[in-house]
Design a protein around this ligand. Structure first.
Ligand code: HEC
Length: 398
């Protein structure tokens, strides 16, 4: 497909995905907050609590019914299209970015996987993931939420690790995000909405609502609540090569997910005292620790110098490697069929540009193997080491 067309398709779909995602997660955070902050001290007959709020220059009074009002209102607002459109736009974006250019973005360099196989693995795992999740929730484990939660966490991290065997770092991360996102939307579509419909029709028909469905829906909606922060991290992780580009990317993902679940837990329980107040500083310390452990290994970094063979690479060699491996894409006028303009605005046409961008080159091509994308231009480890030595010894232009 014409790169200009894919770029605008990417833009349009990504924009929609972001807007609907904000609407979905925003509404979901809001209702969790509402539930947690209801004044339950002396509710009116039939209510479980109420709440006063001011926003946008108006004062609001919200009331929550224990079960339902004596009579259903004429208009009842539902929240579901945000979720459905987030998923639809997300899957479309996955296809536009990762499946349309699978060799570049999706496949692990050197794995020898064909695009069709890689895409089949990706799509297949989303479908399988939902069915496994759904099965586990409906099994006896559904009655042991903590155990189920731990098991789900382990399984998802196992999936992350398995993805790294066949996908690039970013391909693996995005598939974990897509897997969790699919589970979340599946929960809305298959469990939460049917439970709500059941409740409404029972009330309309003056029946006692079946308590089984709401109980299931509650478990699923708890999961969705704890999934949100890890998913949001995955959606921005592409900007951070030291996470997805690391050899232990799946473990970094596990750690960030665990820390963010802790943070979510604090916000979920805050109304109920500050029992988990330690979670915020603990998560902050955890993130700082992760920054340390994910740093390029100092042994590896100074290896060349210590061995005494770190003859400073001359710039001509560096320039040669960059023009062989990078400038097909990163140039004023890229020769690559896949890009019409330099990706990310990064260009390596002049020595000065290369020097200024040395830290970025280090992050993308030395500390991680994020660039060249899909190692499409076949950069060798020796070339990466050479760039490392050059950058560490001052990135001089001679
Ligand atoms: C096949 C095309 C391609 C090749 C070859 C390539 N890149 Fe990139 N590069 C991209 C794309 C696309 C992006 C855009 C951002 C993204 O998707 O992360 C990018 C982004 C970057 C960025 C900016 C990252 C950021 O988020 O700030 C740097 C730095 C970079 N590349 C360095 C390199 C280096 C160094 C090489 C050669 C060793 C290289 N690239 C080879 C396609 C390429």
């Amino acid at each position: 497909m014409d790169p200009h067309v894919t770029e605008w398709l990417n833009l349009a779909v990504r924009w929609v995905h972001m807007i609907t995602g904000i609407a979905w997660i925003g509404a979901s955070f809001y209702f969790v907050w509402l539930e947690n902050n209801l004044d339950r001290r002396s509710p009116k007959e039939g209510l479980s609590g109420d709440l006063w709020a001011i926003h946008g220059g108006g004062i609001y009074h919200l009331e929550k019914y224990k079960l339902a009002p004596p009579q259903m209102p004429e208009t009842l607002h539902w929240f579901k299209w945000e979720a459905y459109f987030t998923w639809i736009s997300g899957v479309t974006l996955l296809a536009v970015v990762y499946y349309l250019n699978a060799e570049l973005y999706l496949i692990a360099p050197g794995s020898g996987l064909s695009p069709a196989t890689a895409i089949a693995i990706g799509v297949g795992s989303l479908i399988a993931g939902w069915f496994i999740y759904d099965f586990l929730c409906d099994s006896a484990l559904g009655k042991k939420p903590l155990l189920l939660g731990v098991l789900l966490f382990v399984l998802i991290i196992f999936a992350a690790w398995a993805f790294t065997l066949v996908f690039s770092g970013r391909g693996a991360f995005i598939h974990v995000g897509a897997l969790i996102g699919t589970i979340m939307v599946g929960n809305v579509f298959r469990t939460i909405m049917p439970a709500q419909r059941g409740l409404v029709s029972a009330i309309e028909e003056n029946r006692q609502p079946d308590p089984a469905l709401p109980a299931k829906a509650l478990l699923r909606s708890r999961h969705n609540n704890y999934f949100t922060l890890p998913v949001l991290f995955i959606m921005i992780s592409n900007h951070f090569p030291s996470t997805y580009g690391s050899e232990f990317n799946w473990a970094i993902l596990a750690a960030i997910a665990a820390l963010s679940i802790l943070v979510r837990h604090y916000f979920n329980t805050r109304h109920d005292g500050q029992k988990f107040a330690w979670a915020l500083p603990a998560a902050a310390v955890g993130m700082i620790a992760l920054a340390f452990v994910s740093a390029p290994k100092s042994a590896e970094v100074s290896q060349g110098a210590a061995a005494g063979k770190a003859a400073v690479p001359v710039f001509a060699e560096v320039s040669d490697v960059i023009s062989k491996r990078c400038t097909v894409c990163h140039s004023e006028s890229p020769s690559s069929e896949m890009f019409k303009t330099a990706p990310g605005g990064v260009m390596f046409d002049s020595p000065e540009q290369i020097k200024i961008l040395a830290p970025q080159i280090f992050a993308q091509s030395v500390a991680s193997n994020a660039m060249p994308l899909g190692n499409i231009t076949g950069m060798t480890p020796e070339e990466r080491n050479m760039l490392r030595d050059w950058i560490q010894q001052g990135a001089e232009l001679h």
